[in-house]
Design a protein around this ligand. Structure first.
Ligand code: 6PG
Length: 264
């Protein structure tokens, strides 16, 4: 593993995917044990898509460490969700259930999925926002402090469901010295009918207050997005992952050599 640190950002590059996910699993176990020892719980945000499947499969197979993971003190949240029924194979909850939740002794009450049962997805976003504010005992101008937020990266530079040219990304890309109400919002609905895309996502504000943000990107098809997000000009409207900058935490990138292929 090659590591490059610059400010509050660390880039870990791996020659192969297996060693990346083994290291990621060991890091998860270390973080979980440390958080539970210090505060009795570990608040972790999962991302969706396909990459987490590889992570979860390796985590489950870390048998030597498995029984030491304080599963019953871990609370799971999601960075985004496709607005589909729970049993739909596109559902991020469904993916996490199949690859993780159904295989470990976690408390079902500690899984905070993004609801997709409301006829209006705006209601679902508001419901999840209330859930976060309740769990973290937040006032309206406060943000949750997740211990770790795992994020993927789309080939177009999106992360979570912060899609290029979407309303939420446009709002945050304008930048503003005055904190607008959108900046206090933790959860937003993303609808882009022209792309048949209906999602719920954490906002950059909700993500950026995490103690640690971990991006995972593998494969040559991500090399361009990785380069543009990390070394390109600041264009968050086009590359929304650039909106992710932890307020006081650290960002760690886990890249295989293919995804890191265009980095200097
Ligand atoms: C989602 C994710 C999304 C994902 C990237 C990468 O709901 O799809 O949250 O942001 O992390 O699109 O997806 P892959 O891991 O499938 O490449």
């Amino acid at each position: 593993m090659d590591t490059l640190e610059k400010g509050n950002r660390k880039i870990n590059e791996f020659s192969d995917q297996k060693s990346l996910f083994v290291e990621l699993a060991k890091d998860f176990i270390h973080r979980a044990k440390k958080a539970v020892e210090s505060k009795g719980e570990f608040m972790v945000v999962l991302s969706g898509g396909n990459t987490p499947k590889l992570f979860f499969d390796v985590l489950i197979n870390q048998n030597s460490q498995f029984e030491k993971i304080p599963w019953q003190q871990i609370k799971f949240f999601f960075c985004d969700e496709r607005y589909v029924p729970l049993d739909n194979k596109e559902s991020n909850y469904h993916m996490a259930y199949e690859h993780l939740f159904s295989k470990v002794p976690i408390l079902p009450g500690n899984i905070y999925r993004i609801p997709t049962e409301y006829s209006d997805s705006k209601d679902a976003a508001q419901k999840y926002e209330r859930t976060l504010r309740t769990i973290f005992r937040l006032k309206n101008t406060e943000y949750p402090q997740f211990d770790v937020c795992y994020l993927g990266l789309g080939e177009d530079g999106h992360t979570a469901s912060l899609m290029p040219l979407s309303h939420v990304v446009a709002e945050y890309s304008k930048g503003s010295s005055t904190i607008k109400k959108e900046f206090y919002q933790l959860v937003m609905q993303v609808s882009m009918p022209e792309q048949n895309l209906h999602r719920i996502t954490l906002t950059p504000s909700a993500i950026n207050h995490s103690n640690t943000i971990i991006f995972i990107a593998i494969g040559a098809n991500k090399a361009s997005a990785v380069f543009k997000v990390l070394e390109g000009s600041y264009e968050p409207g086009l590359y929304p992952a650039q909106l992710i900058n932890p307020i006081s935490g650290q960002t760690i990138w886990y890249l295989d050599s293919e995804a890191a292929g265009r980095l200097k």
